[in-house]
Design a protein around this ligand. Structure first.
Ligand SMILES: C[S@@+](CC[C@H](N)C(=O)[O-])C[C@H]1O[C@@H](n2cnc3c(N)ncnc32)[C@H](O)[C@@H]1O
Length: 217
């Protein structure tokens, strides 16, 4: 469908696609280079629900999808080589209305941050998602089986400044999935209302590390 997600997920995902404003920007972070059919489904859904939007398909690996023609699709589709931990450098802060990340956090590459990967890189990537989103934006996260237990993931989401609006679990949509465990889908919004320069907000995690640096200098 839209990725390696759960059977109950398309309905929730579509409910957010349907309410996108005109000229919305949707970022599929860690979109995957080898699920072309699913990415075409997402492009088609945007064509149906909000044609006047931009879909950004972002992954470290884009070789297999960079020359695709996304028809039917929304007005603009961009395929970009992006590291999720530094995504705002290319995409800009407060630029996205919706970020979807299916299976990304359980499969973060070793090159994600210099300090580490796996769970150690969740805060850096979630802070980046926070800063990538507009104040009214939302992130929809799907898991990668046992590598992303929600009881461990949720506190990091909250520390990065998100609150969880919706959570459900269902069976994997692809029977042949290597990772056969139940899937979860969490929809989160930015919790923190304080705006920084240009209306952008820093993730609370980034603000507290900045304070520690300020105290040292
Ligand atoms: C398990 S796959 C999920 C692919 C797809 N979203 C799906 O639903 O099947 C994880 C994807 O995340 C990408 N990825 C891993 N680390 C990344 C990073 N730091 N920045 C961007 N993409 C990354 C991988 O290249 C891979 O395509």
């Amino acid at each position: 469908m839209y990725g390696n997600i759960g059977t109950d997920d398309p309905e929730t995902i579509e409910s957010y696609l349907k309410r996108l404003p005109r000229n919305a920007v949707v970022v599929n972070l860690g979109c995957g280079p080898n699920i072309t059919r699913d990415l075409h489904h997402l492009a088609r859904a945007l064509w149906r629900f909000q044609f006047h939007s931009t879909l950004i398909l972002a992954d470290l690996e884009i070789e297999l999808i960079k020359d695709q023609v996304w028809v039917p699709g929304p007005a603009k589709v961009r395929v970009l080589a992006v590291n999720a931990a530094t995504a705002t450098q290319q995409l800009g802060k407060a630029s996205a209305d919706l970020v979807v990340a299916f299976g990304l956090f359980g499969d973060l590459s070793h090159s994600t941050t210099p300090k580490g990967t796996g769970k150690a890189a969740w805060p850096a990537v979630l802070c980046e998602c926070f800063e990538l989103l507009k104040s009214t934006g939302a992130i929809i996260v799907g898991n990668s089986c046992e590598r992303q237990p929600f009881e461990e993931f949720k506190p990091v989401l909250e520390m990065a400044g998100f609150s969880v609006l919706h959570y459900h679990e269902s069976a994997p949509i692809h029977d042949s999935s290597i990772c056969g465990g139940r899937r979860y889908l969490a929809v989160c919004r930015k919790r923190d209302k304080r705006a920084g320069r240009n209306g952008q907000r820093r993730s609370p995690l980034r603000r507290s590390s900045q304070r520690v640096r300020d105290r040292k200098t």
